[in-house]
Structures are given as structure tokens and as C-alpha cells.
Design a protein around this ligand. Structure first.
Ligand code: KG4
Ligand code: ZN
Length: 382
């Protein structure tokens, strides 16, 4: 059975064809995976502009779906179902995919399958590696989310920890902007960090240990984790972002003074104060130091929780799982801990429809389909 999957939750218009194999251990076969990225459009604005994103989805979706069918060598009548990301995401963007998928399901009389975007990221691991050894601790780390799930049975995800403020990918994008590096910031910082000194700056690793009067309840279901770990598994990146911002301001100030003293009649910089005012070595050192702290805080908590939960494997998915340091350190820690670590191939790390196809087939076989009232949802719990 061939399933067509559509993903338009943010700034990627994506379509894929995924088929069932009949093999329970490796249930799905990826036949095509087409992504039209809008990075070039949003780069100019330093982040995703929702209105531009939904308009571009409208322009791209027909061509992207046509190409996915063509690459999979299937026609419309070969499709047994259509799956689509229902949420979470930008509602105007999601609506394009949802409306398109509904039209296909209606026209060909095939089931319409709603998919949660984060379930898609989790199932990208199964699509590539086959079913994971369960139970598994899976960290979904993207531009919008940093959430740790405990997967006890295929398709059953229990939320154990999440970010209290920024997502890790969001922190990457914001720090890149502070350093004048462009959008999306994750891949740029990743590349630059390789050339910098990761011990140049001691940025703080946030820990959820202090008593906070306004502290929300733990994310994990009651009794799942020991009380001292319960709160510690949540993540936070806004303090780190602020520390980088302070440092950048400080450095910028001293560079402006340096330049001023070179030429006493011109005390203001002639360069863009948001970019080249920082020394390239400083930028690389800040990128490397920032990345060391992000990776450590993600992995410390994930490995500790996996051990406590008795996980038999550990997965990392979502856009930030493309990060070279995160992958290398996760693998090294996994080897040391005797815990198999799974990450998706790069083509399935950032947003794509192949993962939505995998999660869609999972849903379809569990009997979950939608009727014509299906609506896009900006926020949707998993
Ligand atoms: O999963 P994704 O494509 O979209 C969301 O669902 O949010 O994730 C996008 C995020 C962006 O914040 C981007 O900067 C980050 O993933 N990202 C990376 C890398 N590649 C993409 N972050 C760190 N290192 C990378 N190599
Ligand atoms: Zn995503």
C-alpha cells in the first residue's frame, strides 16, 4: 500500500510516498522524499514570516506533490491513503497541506490520516532504522520544540521533559542572529563552531534545581521518575541566550572604543554593528562555547533520564539532530553507557514529509483517520 504524505507546518513544503513492507521489524519503505525549502525567502527577514510562508506553500505544493509521485513511480490511483501534518505549527502554513490532503482524499475516495508533527520526527527513526529496541527515550529537538518522550510500545509516546522557554533550535537561530550570521542559524553555528575554541567562554548550563516560587509542575506523569529527577529533566535555553547577548554587547562596546581610539575624529563604527564588529575569532569561539553547552545540557538530561527509566535505546530526532557535535557526543556517550543511540539520516532530520508518511501509516494501522471536519491546529499536545 502506498501512502502520500504532506508536510507544510513551517517553512518547508514537502511531499513523500511511503509504502508498507509487510515486515514488522522494518515496517516502511521510503519511495520518494521531496522538500521545497523557503530558507532563501525568510533569510532576508532573519526568521520565518508566517504570511510569506503560507503564500509560498500555495505556490509550491502542486509541483512538490507531482514530483513526489513521479520519483516514486506511482500515479494517483496507486495511492491507498493520504497523511498530512495537522499541527503543531503555523496555522496558515498547516492549512495549505490540510486542505490539499482533504481534496486528494475526497477525489480518490481514500482515507485521510492526521499526523502530529512531533510523532513524525519520532517515527523518522523507525523509518530509517526499523523498530527501535523498546522502551526507548527519544529527544525531539527542533526549532519549535525540545521534548523528551518515553516510548514504551510502537506509537505510544509519554512526554517526560520539555523546554521551559526557548527550544534548542530557536536558541541556535537567535544566537546566530546576535552574531550576525544569517538564518537558519543552526547549520551555520555548527560549521563555525568546528573552527573555534569551545572553552573560550564559560556559558552557564541551566539546571532546574533551585526552588522557584513560580515553578510549574513536573512534565513527567506522576510517579514515573524519582522526585529529585522529575524537575531536573526539563530544559531551558533562555539564560544561555541572555549570557551570549551580554557577552556580545560587551565585546561590541570594547571594539567600538578600539576603533574610536584609532581615529579620534570618528568615534562611531563604519561597519554594521550587528555583524562584522566582532572579531571572526571571537565569533567562532562564542559559537563553539555556546554549542558545547547546548549539547551538554541536552545529553546530560537525556542520558540520565534514559538510565532511570531503564530505556533499551535512545533516539534523537528533529532539525537539531543534524548537529555534528550532538551526533558525535551522543554516539560516544551511548558506547560508554552500552546504550544504542539512533539518529535519523540528515535528509530526515530537518522537516520532511517522509516522516509524516511513516507516522501516518502507524496511525492508519491503529485505525486513526479523519473526516472532512479535520482542521489545522497551531498547538496540539502529543
Ligand atoms: O525540525 P525542524 O526542521 O523544524 C521544526 O520543526 O522546528 O528544525 C529546524 C531547526 C532550526 O532551528 C535550525 O537552526 C536547526 O533545526 N538546525 C540545526 C542544525 N540544522 C538545523 N541546529 C544545530 N545544528 C545543525 N546542524
Ligand atoms: Zn520539525
Amino acid at each position: 500500500m502506498n501512502l502520500l504524505a504532506i508536510e507544510t507546518s513551517c517553512d518547508e513544503t514537502a511531499a513523500a510516498v511511503v509504502a508498507e513492507t509487510g515486515d514488522a521489524a522494518r515496517p516502511w519503505l521510503l519511495k520518494s522524499n521531496v522538500v521545497a525549502s523557503q530558507d532563501a525567502i525568510h533569510r532576508e527577514w532573519g526568521g520565518v514570516v508566517p504570511e510569506l510562508a503560507s503564500r509560498q506553500h500555495l505556490r509550491d505544493i502542486c509541483g512538490v506533490v507531482d514530483r513526489a509521485l513521479e520519483q516514486a513511480a506511482v500515479t494517483w490511483t496507486d495511492l491507498g491513503a493520504v497523511a498530512v501534518t495537522q499541527g503543531p505549527g503555523l496555522v496558515g502554513s498547516l492549512l495549505v497541506g490540510v486542505s490539499f490532503a482533504k481534496s486528494i482524499a475526497w477525489s480518490y475516495g481514500i482515507p485521510l490520516v492526521p499526523v502530529h508533527h512531533l510523532a513524525g520526527h519520532i517515527e523518522s527513526l523507525v523509518l530509517h532504522h526499523g523498530e527501535l529496541p523498546l522502551p526507548s527515550a527519544v529527544l525531539v529537538v527542533s526549532g519549535g520544540h525540545t521534548s523528551l518522550y518515553f516510548v514504551t510500545d510502537p506509537g505510544r509516546y509519554a512526554l517526560i521533559g520539555r523546554t521551559r522557554d526557548d527550544a534548542a533550535g530557536e536558541a541556535y537561530d537567535k544566537v546566530a542572529k546576535l552574531l550576525g550570521l544569517g538564518y537558519p542559524g543552526g547549520p551555520i553555528i555548527d560549521r563555525l563552531a568546528a573552527t573555534g575554541n569551545d572553552r573560550a567562554y564559560a556559558f552557564p548550563v541551566s539546571r532546574m534545581t533551585h526552588a522557584d516560587r513560580n515553578q510549574p509542575g513536573a512534565t513527567a506523569p506522576p510517579g514515573r521518575l524519582p522526585p529529585d529527577l522529575e524537575r531536573r529533566v526539563d530544559f531551558s535555553f533562555s539564560g544561555l541566550k541572555t549570557a551570549v547577548m551580554r557577552l556580545v554587547k560587551e565585546k561590541r562596546g570594547s571594539r567600538i572604543e578600539d576603533r574610536g581610539s584609532e581615529n579620534p575624529t570618528h568615534r562611531t563604527p563604519t561597519v554594521d554593528p550587528r555583524s562584522s564588529i566582532l572579531d571572526p575569532t571571537d565569533v567562532a569561539d562564542i559559537a563553539a562555547s555556546f554549542q558545547r553547552v547546548v549539547v551538554a545540557s541536552l545529553l546530560d538530561r537525556t542520558f540520565e533520564t534514559a538510565r532511570w527509566l531503564g530505556a533499551r535505546s535512545l533516539g534523537i530526532a528533529g532539525g537539531v539532530s543534524a548537529n555534528s557535535r550532538l551526533r558525535a557526543e551522543a554516539e560516544a556517550r551511548g558506547m560508554k553507557a552500552g546504550l544504542p543511540v539512533f539518529v535519523p539520516p540528515l535528509s530526515l532530520s530537518t522537516d520532511n514529509a517522509a516522516m509524516i508518511g511513516a507516522a501516518g501509516l502507524r496511525q492508519l494501522r491503529a485505525g486513526v483517520t479523519a473526516d472532512w471536519t479535520l482542521n489545522a491546529l497551531a498547538s496540539l499536545p502529543l
